[in-house]
Design a protein around this ligand. Structure first.
Ligand code: ATP
Length: 501
């Protein structure tokens, strides 16, 4: 499917209010609000987050709509004052509309009010975002197209976003699209998919001659249309397609660190995670158990925990934050505080001025070389014969039910590494895996949680699984290093949702 931009006004529950109460008083601007189409519209900056209050003479009850829930406000060519908004539950956002007919007396006030509402409803978030939507029709249970059309599209249309929708037709298609994209024509790419498509998009942008510019121009986000929707949970705090859409509509372009992986002669960009050991295997070696649904992962973990399986390797780490969990917590709080209430554009400018991404528009050079280069002189390859779980992460949530890296922040110039022995007593290992559901494992005994700039890992067995952003790569040595603020995401702040230490 490939359709483009100009979109009809959404199907929404429409409330067309008549003018029967139009003679509330003679003037259009009045204390506490503006008279439009027989109603009094008040833009209330005072209440939490702000809202629009609609009063009716005949109906004393107020209708109050939070700015966050407002998708658009305008006076149409036909003179109808319109507010598109959503009503929300914990699992769903449903589009609604209010329409009030104006006449020459109140049109100007209506236009000014609509403008004010829009300013307040969007704040720094750009209006009319130009978005390319990529849908993986085979994502998850194959429902991504239906999810998009029923839950996401109506909100994007109501917000008057400029969208182009395209389905991927083969594996690697999203990489090709991002590689050839006219980056002056779009603000971002929304992937209605699992984490596989965002991974492809970042790698497509990274494969261009103007990679750095493209990665800093095109902000990526995810609408949950796959089996692993970690990006969506991190950035929007929900797995609900309509609530995630609302969140993205109200988001700004935020910088995010990306990680370069070198393996053999390849260089891959990772936005989410890299793993070897129990988690990688429980995910990638249980594909044949897909019929089990989400249980297959738990089953995979339990089997390996029971066997007290190990994945011997050698590991060299370039640590970013020296010390233990207290120092990591202090780092988190410091970076978090420094990015609070800073406008996204300011943040990006600040990052550019501190820039350690180097000159030019291309992909930044590797500071620590590739996996084929001699080990940097201050690194040491340490044997880990009992490695049970090697997990490096750039976002806090690695799935909807695993807050593996609670201390992770989008742009901190480092990423998080969790390592654990596979020889732990079974009950200990089980306790740790259970605690990772809500990030409580990170400072437990037997868990080593570090902030790193780079690492090299050399598996010493011949066969196994390595996962990068949930995708399998060869079971061979690889090296990783972070690039501070190289990418962009659509997010509502400089933190991951429902994370933190
Ligand atoms: N039309 C297509 N046909 C086949 N594969 C595709 C198509 N579009 C995308 N893909 C591939 O599907 C893979 C998985 O995509 P995605 O992450 O969106 O879904 P998912 O259901 O979460 O997947 P998985 O659980 O297998 O990781 C990606 O690697 C992508 O290359």
């Amino acid at each position: 499917m490939s359709s483009s931009t100009s979109l009809p006004v959404p199907t929404a529950t429409t409330m067309l209010l008549s003018r029967e109460a139009s003679s509330i008083d003679g003037s259009s601007t009045m204390k506490g609000g503006v008279r439009i189409g027989g109603r009094i519209i008040e833009v209330d900056d005072g209440s939490e987050g702000g809202s629009v209050v609609i009063r009716d003479k005949t109906e004393p009850a107020e209708r109050r709509i939070n700015f966050y829930d407002i998708l658009y406000a305008e006076v149409t060519a036909e003179g109808v004052f319109t507010i598109d908004y959503v009503t929300t539950t914990k699992t769903k956002a449903t589009p609604q509309r209010i329409e009030l007919r104006t006449d020459q007396d109140d049109r100007k006030a209506a236009e000014e009010t609509a403008k004010r509402i829009l300013e307040r409803a969007y704040g720094d978030s750009p209006l009319h975002k130009r978005l390319l939507i990529l849908i993986n029709p085979f994502g998850g249970t194959g429902a991504a197209t239906k999810i998009f059309n029923t839950s996401c599209l109506p909100l994007l249309q109501a917000s008057r976003s400029n969208i182009t929708v395209q389905s991927t037709t083969h594996s690697g298609h999203a990489t090709e699209i991002a590689k050839d994209l006219d980056i002056s024509a779009y603000d971002g790419i929304l992937c209605c998919s699992g984490d596989g498509l965002p991974h492809e998009v970042y790698n497509g942008l990274a494969a261009r001659p103007d990679a750095k510019k493209a990665l800093q121009t095109i902000a990526v986000a995810q609408l949950p249309g796959g089996s692993g929707n970690a990006m969506c949970h991190n950035l929007t705090g929900t797995g609900s397609p309509s609530l995630a859409t609302l969140s993205i509509i109200k988001s700004t372009k935020q910088p995010i660190d990306l990680v370069s992986i070198t393996q053999g002669t390849r260089r891959i960009i990772s936005f989410l995670s890299q793993s070897l050991g129990i988690v990688a295997e429980a995910d990638l070696a249980t594909e044949h158990l897909r019929w089990m649904g989400d249980t297959r992962f738990v089953w995979g973990v339990m089997q390996r925990l029971w066997r007290r399986q190990t994945w011997p390797c050698e590991l060299a780490v370039k640590v970013s934050v020296e010390g233990g969990v207290e120092e990591v917590r202090e780092h988190y709080r410091k970076v978090h505080a420094a990015s609070q209430d800073v406008r996204a554009e300011e943040l990006a400018a600040r990052l550019r001025s501190e820039d350690d991404l180097g000159e030019g528009e291309g992909l930044p050079a590797l500071k620590y070389g590739t996996v084929n280069d001699p080990l940097p002189s201050d690194w040491e390859l340490v044997p880990h014969p009992n490695m049970g779980n090697f997990y490096a992460g750039n976002m806090a949530w690695v799935s909807a039910d695993a807050l593996m890296f609670p201390a992770s922040l989008p742009h901190e110039g480092c990423f998080d590494l969790v390592t654990m022995d596979g020889t732990l007593p079974r009950m200990e290992a089980l306790k740790i895996m259970g605690a990772s559901e809500n990030g409580k494992h990170w400072d437990m005994d037997h868990v080593l949680y570090r902030k790193v700039l780079a690492y090299r890992i050399v598996p010493t067995e011949r066969e196994g699984y390595v996962s990068v952003d949930g995708e399998r790569i060869p079971f061979e040595r690889w090296q990783a290093e972070v690039h501070h603020g190289l990418g962009r995401v659509w997010a509502r702040g400089a933190v991951y949702q429902n994370a933190g230490v």
